[in-house]
Design a protein around this ligand. Structure first.
Ligand SMILES: Cc1cc2nc3c(=O)[nH]c(=O)nc-3n(C[C@H](O)[C@H](O)[C@H](O)COP(=O)(O)OP(=O)(O)OC[C@H]3O[C@@H](n4cnc5c(N)ncnc54)[C@H](O)[C@@H]3O)c2cc1C
Length: 281
């Protein structure tokens, strides 16, 4: 049954592809399509929410080829270990031997977003994965999909996999109207786009309120809410206690945290989990 299965074991082998083309989807979202001989190493999984751990190499370091992370960690100084960033696989085109990743261009800060904004055909892209845990449950009576633009690739992919006619409520927060994207689905979908219109990203109170305002339908809901970490804090109790959503039908996950680079965000999530905090799920 495709619900929130335990995360798939992530192969530790590094896949190496080359950028084939980039597409400017909206003013702040760039699609990078990658392929090449390394596609033969890409083992797709069964989840709609499938993601890879991109590896960004230090420009001045010399790495073993093929890239072997265990060897890198054993033999190279820590500052030369690749930086990892997590991205949803937006689609896999097996016939063309290509995968697509959609990057939020959130400013000049960071590693992955500036890389994607400047990516050119022929550039190398390396990653672990894919991993994954969520696909829309065929047993649900209706679905709720919500998040900010970092979760939009995962929401769009899930919508494409929904069966005809199933009721789906979608709530997505983006910067403004120009960041809305067409969503393709056979489902019976009702979409709300929230606009920050100048408010900073990473203050998800409006999104939390809009999600709580969604009229609750009878029957089994399958819930997928991903985005800035504040969403988890604001919604965990609401879904589990107020709405009685069983854990196996709740996919609630922080994708990033305002003010933290991903490495520090992942370390924070780990320490919160270890102390049993409800800020993460
Ligand atoms: C399973 C999973 C799937 C994900 N899928 C996607 C995806 O498909 N597309 C996507 O764009 N992101 C996705 N993300 C989120 C992405 O991994 C983070 O946004 C990551 O921090 C971006 O790395 P960076 O190097 O650009 O910025 P970092 O170096 O990590 O951060 C630099 C600064 O930018 C801020 N920042 C980071 N992300 C954002 C953002 N989205 N908006 C505003 N400010 C931000 C940070 O708080 C920090 O202050 C996913 C995360 C997870 C866990």
């Amino acid at each position: 049954m495709a619900q929130n299965s335990p995360p798939a074991a992530r192969p530790r082998r590094v896949t190496r592809l080359q950028v084939v083309r980039t597409e400017q989807l909206t003013p702040h979202m760039v699609r990078v399509v990658a392929g090449g001989p390394g596609f033969a190493d890409f083992a797709d999984n069964e989840f709609t929410d499938s993601y890879v751990k991109l590896l960004f190499l230090h420009p001045e370091a010399r790495y073993p080829e093929p890239l072997d992370i265990a060897e890198v960690r054993a033999t190279m100084p820590r500052e030369h270990w690749p930086i990892t960033r997590t991205y949803t696989v937006r689609y896999v085109d097996t016939a063309a031997g290509e995968i697509a990743l959609d990057f939020v261009i959130h400013g000049d800060e960071g590693v992955a977003a500036p890389w994607a904004a400047a990516a050119e055909p022929g550039d190398d892209i390396r990653f672990f994965g894919p991993g994954g845990a969520y696909s829309p449950s065929p047993d649900a009576d209706w679905h709720l999909l919500a998040g900010d633009e970092a979760a939009l690739p995962a929401i769009a992919t899930a919508l494409e996999a929904m069966p005809a006619g199933v009721p789906v409520r979608v709530v997505v927060e983006v910067g403004d109207e120009s960041e809305e994207q067409p969503l393709v689905t056979k489902a019976n979908v009702d979409v709300t786009w929230l606009h920050r219109d100048g408010r900073p990203a990473g203050a998800p109170d409006h999104l939390v309120e809009a999600i709580k305002d969604v009229p609750w339908r009878p029957g089994r809901a399958h819930v997928f809410v991903h985005g800035e970490a504040g969403l988890v804090k604001g919604l965990r109790r609401y879904f589990l206690q107020d709405r009685g959503v069983p854990r196996e039908l709740l996919s609630l996950s922080g994708y990033w945290r305002a003010g933290l680079v991903e490495d520090d965000f992942q370390a924070w999530k780990k320490s919160e989990r270890e102390r049993g905090s409800d800020a993460v799920l």
